[in-house]
Unconditional design. Structure first.
Length: 256
């Protein structure tokens, strides 16, 4: 089968004039105590912050940046030993940088193939904090990625430009609850009611829930009581620069 023709981003986009690397943060499965996945988080080549990297992204180099994030995530995770276990790899992507799902995925597929990285272990996250200029296009990306066998996650759910409106138009495999909903969850009745409602809604839709930004035992215990299975945050592990952090089992089981 012939490869799709290059899209406008390949033909017309500017190359990046800066280098990037990746840090990895585990997403823990509370049922097993083991990592369900590792999220790849962009950093500078020497570990500089994500903010300093994102400040260099422009509309002109956005496509090249998105492509390099995918390549660096897969290569970095393989080097760090992710393939030695069953965990998946979650990669952030920019929907507005995807001109054609079939064409823009080719470098990702080639990178995975070169490393014998199973593509069914890839999850692609997009954030609702990025304004969706064309929701129908985003829905097409999600459907295309799911058809290709990738997992798709909606990040920062509960903040940003859309939220429930996006979820009504298409259903990702996973939503990640925004950390502002999680902060002080155990001390806030409104937050508890909102999170419980989202968890029940997602269960009915067949969408998994990841709670991110967990920093206290109280937050973790409240989420466990609500039936949230997947968790991520500094309480468990900070991102490891070009490495996979280890989570102490007693931390995960503390509230069991």
């Amino acid at each position: 089968m012939p490869r799709p023709a290059p899209c406008a981003g390949c033909r017309d986009g500017e190359a990046m004039d800066f280098s990037i690397a990746m840090a990895f943060q585990p997403i823990i499965d509370l049922e097993t105590g083991a990592p369900f996945a590792y999220e790849a988080l962009v950093r500078g080549a020497n570990g500089e912050s994500a903010g300093s990297v994102l400040a260099q992204v422009t509309p002109e180099n956005r496509y090249a940046f998105d492509q390099q994030c995918r390549v660096q995530a897969i290569q970095g995770a393989a080097r760090a030993g992710l393939l030695d276990g069953p965990a998946r790899l979650s990669i952030n992507f920019l929907p507005n940088a995807v001109y054609s799902p079939q064409a823009c995925i080719q470098l990702t597929l080639a990178t995975a193939a070169a490393l014998d990285f199973p593509t069914e272990r890839l999850i692609f996250e997009f954030t609702e904090n990025e304004e969706m200029t064309d929701p129908a296009h985003v829905a097409n990306i999600v459907a295309s990625y799911q058809k290709m066998g990738f997992g798709v996650a909606l990040d920062d759910f509960g903040a940003g430009h859309a939220g429930l409106n996006l979820l009504a138009q298409f259903q990702p495999d996973i939503i990640k609850l925004d950390m502002e909903l999680i902060r002080g969850l155990d001390q806030s009745l409104p937050r508890k009611i909102i999170v419980e409602g989202v968890v029940k809604m997602c269960a009915a839709l067949g969408v998994a829930v990841i709670a991110e930004g967990i920093e206290t035992d109280g937050e973790l215990e409240a989420l466990r009581a609500m039936g949230v299975r997947y968790i991520q945050g500094f309480l468990l592990a900070r991102p490891g620069f070009q490495s996979l952090p280890v989570v102490a089992p007693e931390r995960v089981r503390r509230a069991a």
